[in-house]
Design a protein around this ligand. Structure first.
Ligand SMILES: [Zn+2]
Length: 299
């Protein structure tokens, strides 16, 4: 396995950092993945890619295949509903240490299993989800209020006590526009719950280019503790707590991720088919060494 440093070609470009337009003069091209260049800003440490076309991006990336056909998304999202609901309930419990239930906005809520965990803890819920199929499932089956669309273009006069950005901040195609929305939609002293992958974690550095989170175009921004904290600080939020989620996923989903990110070898297909029949059926505790949650509070 190659380390990240070996992959780094110091190709300096003058591209604006999506974090701040004048963030740094130096952006280094680190490598290409899925045909997309991945850059690093030498000042803020944000890694980012650029979408080739913004139009149709959401409907292409978060098509039904994302939720039901494996790859970067889920082999079958609905099979993980119990694990997703439990994760939501766990987060609602963590949040209860910092505030009493009010109105929560969950961005990229899918069918809303996380959101259901918040509803059962006393929260009034609203979700935004780009995929219409999964959003309508949530409206019909979970009786949740879900708007089809993205945060960047979301319009409302309402303000929220809590905004959930769970594994979604890496996918904003316009980071500044999305952060402005977060700022404007938050009540004074409102909270934002973020779950995000750390590109400086040991796992990410070990896998380098093969790290599963480098999956443009569905993910195009990669953060560290510091970049995320500075990003929220610049929009008027202080970090008040962080931790590691205890995640459980289906073995089948974990195998999809490993299969997709491992090199070809002889009998690879057969090996993975065998594993799908064995490990694929159990529920695994995900070792979240490259994943963290953060709670930010509006000043
Ligand atoms: Zn920067």
């Amino acid at each position: 396995m190659k380390s990240e440093d070996n992959l780094t070609s110091v190709d300096r470009i003058s591209k604006n950092c999506p974090f701040m337009q004048d963030c740094s003069e130096e952006k280094i091209l680190l490598f290409e993945k899925n045909g997309y260049p991945i850059y690093e800003c030498t000042k803020c440490d944000l890694r980012f890619s650029k979408l080739k076309e913004i139009e149709n991006h959401l409907s292409n990336v978060y098509s039904d295949d994302y939720f039901f056909a494996g790859g970067a998304g889920y082999p079958n999202y609905l099979e993980e509903k119990k694990e997703l609901y439990n994760s939501g309930a766990r987060y609602a419990k963590i949040i209860s240490k910092f505030t009493t239930p009010g109105k929560v906005l969950d961005v990229g809520c899918a069918a809303g299993f996380y959101l259901k965990g918040f509803e059962d803890a006393g929260w009034k819920c609203l979700g935004i989800e780009p995929n219409e199929t999964i959003a309508s499932y949530g409206r019909k089956e979970l009786k949740l209020d879900i708007v089809t669309g993205d945060l960047e273009n979301f319009q409302t006069d309402e303000k929220f006590d809590l905004i959930n950005l769970i594994e979604v901040i890496g996918s904003f195609h316009d980071l500044n526009k999305a952060m402005l929305k977060v700022e404007n939609l938050s009540k004074k002293e409102g909270l934002v719950l973020v779950e995000s992958w750390d590109h400086r974690s040991k796992i990410a550095r070990f896998f380098g280019k093969s790290w599963h989170e480098y999956c443009p175009p569905s993910v195009i921004n990669w953060f560290t503790d510091i970049t995320l904290t500075e990003l929220f600080d610049s929009y008027g939020f202080d970090v008040i707590a962080t931790g590691r989620p205890s995640k459980k996923i289906k073995g089948k989903h974990a195998l999809e991720i490993v299969a997709k990110n491992s090199p070809e070898f002889i009998f690879k297909k057969q090996v993975f088919n065998f594993l799908r029949f064995t490990v694929g059926k159990i529920t695994l505790a995900y070792p979240p060494l490259d994943l963290k949650w953060y709670i930010f509070k509006k000043r």
